[in-house]
Design a binder for this molecule. Structure first.
Ligand SMILES: Nc1nc2c(ncn2[C@@H]2O[C@H](COP(=O)(O)OP(=O)(O)OP(=O)(O)O)[C@@H](O)[C@H]2O)c(=O)[nH]1
Length: 343
C-alpha cells in the first residue's frame, strides 16, 4: 500500500433523474471539509451546477457528452485542475448514461492521476419508484448497478411502500451491495464517503480496481475491448433550446406534463432553467421519463439568464416526432400552454 498522500475520489452515478444532484447538493450543504465536485452532463447547456446552488472554483462542469466515452481526455484535465486546489475529497457526478467501466479504467490507467487519487468506490443513486422498470429498459442501469459499492435509495418519500421491495430486488439482482435510503438527498455521510470502496470485488483502490475492471463484464451494454462505451448502439440525442424572454412557468410546466404523458419512456430527461415572467424569479422545471417534478425556485439564480434554457434528452423518438415536439416547446416558452403538437 502506498504511503503517499492521496485524495479520495468518489464516483456518483445513477440513471438520468435518479437523484444524484440532490444527494450532492445536500452533501455540499453539510460538508465540514472542502469537497471539490466535477459534474458531467450529457446536454451542451450545463444546468446541474446551478441546481447545486454553489458556483465557485471547487465546482467544475463538464457538459456536452459522457466522461465514459467522448469526454475522457477532458475528464483527466478537469480532475487535475480540481486536485490543484487540494480538496479533502473529490466527487465526480457522472451523467445518467455513463458506463462506469471505461470511466474507472481511464482514471486507473492514467499513471499521474492514479498516484494522486484513491478511488473510494462507486455510489449509485436509485430512484425507488422507477428502478425496476429502468433496469429492464435502459442498459446503462444494469452496468451502473454492477459496479456499485453503495446504493442510495432516493424518492423513498414518494413511494414508501416500495422501498422494502426495491431492497429485496437489489439483493437478488446485485447481491451484497450496501444500501441506504436518503431523505431528500440527506444521509449518513460517514457511511457514504469514509469507508473504503471496491471492497466487494477487490482488495485495494486503483490497483484492485484494475483487476475487476478487466474481468468479465456482464450486461447488455458491455463496453468494447478498448474500454470505450458504445453509446452509438444504444443512442440518445440531446436537444438544447434557449430563449431570451422570460416565460410563463405554468405554461412550460403544462407542456412538460403533456409531452411526458405522451412520450415518457422515450423522453429520458427534460430539464429547464426558466426566468418567470411574472415574478422575475428563476425556476427549475424537470421530468425523468413520465415523472414530472414540481417547479423548484432557485435561490442562487444565474445572473445572465434572461429567458430560459431547456435540455431534452431522448432515446428512440422517430425523427418525424422531434420537430413538432420542439415546436410545441417553443410555443410553450412563448406562453401558449397546451400547444398543438401535430406536425
Ligand atoms: N420527493 C423527492 N424528490 C426527489 C428526491 N431525490 C430527487 N428528487 C427530485 O427528482 C428530480 C431529479 O433529481 P436530480 O437530483 O436532479 O437527479 P439527477 O440524477 O441528478 O439527474 P441528472 O443529473 O439529470 O441525471 C428533481 O426534481 C429532484 O428534486 C427525493 O428523495 N424525494
Amino acid at each position: 500500500m502506498s504511503s503517499k498522500k492521496t485524495t479520495p475520489l468518489h464516483v456518483l452515478t445513477g440513471f438520468l433523474g435518479s437523484g444524484k444532484t440532490t444527494i450532492l447538493r445536500a452533501l455540499l450543504a453539510d460538508a465540514l471539509e472542502p469537497v471539490a465536485v466535477l459534474v458531467n452532463e450529457v446536454g451542451e447547456l450545463g444546468l446541474d451546477h446551478h441546481l447545486l446552488e454553489r458556483v465557485d472554483e471547487d465546482v467544475l462542469l463538464l457538459p456536452g457528452g459522457c466522461v465514459c466515452c467522448e469526454l475522457r481526455g477532458d475528464l483527466l484535465v478537469a480532475l487535475d485542475r480540481l486536485l490543484e486546489r487540494r480538496p479533502a475529497r473529490v466527487v465526480l457526478e457522472t451523467t445518467g448514461l455513463t458506463d462506469p467501466a471505461p470511466l474507472l479504467h481511464a482514471i486507473a490507467a492514467d499513471a499521474g492521476l492514479a498516484a494522486r487519487v484513491e478511488l473510494r468506490g462507486v455510489i449509485v443513486a436509485v430512484d425507488c419508484e422507477r428502478i425496476e422498470e429502468l433496469a429492464r429498459e435502459q442498459p446503462e442501469v444494469r452496468r451502473q448497478l454492477d459496479f456499485a459499492d453503495r446504493v442510495v435509495l432516493s424518492k423513498v418519500d414518494l413511494a414508501p411502500q416500495r422501498a422494502q421491495g426495491v431492497r429485496a430486488w437489489l439483493e437478488r439482482e446485485v447481491p451484497g451491495r450496501e444500501v441506504r435510503a436518503a431523505d431528500r438527498g440527506r444521509l449518513d455521510w460517514h457511511w457514504l464517503l469514509d469507508r473504503p470502496g471496491f471492497g466487494l470485488r477487490a482488495s485495494s483502490s486503483v490497483e484492485g480496481a484494475r483487476g475487476w475492471l478487466w474481468g468479465p463484464l456482464a450486461g447488455p451494454a458491455a463496453s468494447s475491448g478498448d474500454g470505450r462505451a458504445d453509446h452509438g448502439s444504444i443512442g440518445y440525442t440531446t436537444h438544447s433550446i434557449r430563449v431570451d424572454d422570460a416565460v410563463e412557468i405554468e405554461a412550460v410546466q403544462l407542456w412538460l406534463r403533456l409531452v411526458t404523458q405522451l412520450d415518457g419512456p422515450r423522453l429520458l430527461r427534460i430539464k429547464a432553467l426558466a426566468r418567470c415572467r411574472a415574478s422575475g424569479a428563476t425556476y427549475v422545471l424537470q421530468s425523468a421519463g413520465a415523472s414530472v417534478s414540481p417547479p423548484q425556485r432557485l435561490d442562487l439564480a444565474p445572473p445572465d439568464l434572461a429567458g430560459a434554457e431547456v435540455v431534452v434528452i431522448e432515446r428512440g423518438m422517430p425523427e418525424g416526432s422531434i420537430e413538432p415536439l420542439l415546436r410545441s416547446l417553443h410555443e410553450a416558452l412563448a406562453g401558449h400552454a397546451g400547444a398543438d403538437r401535430s406536425p
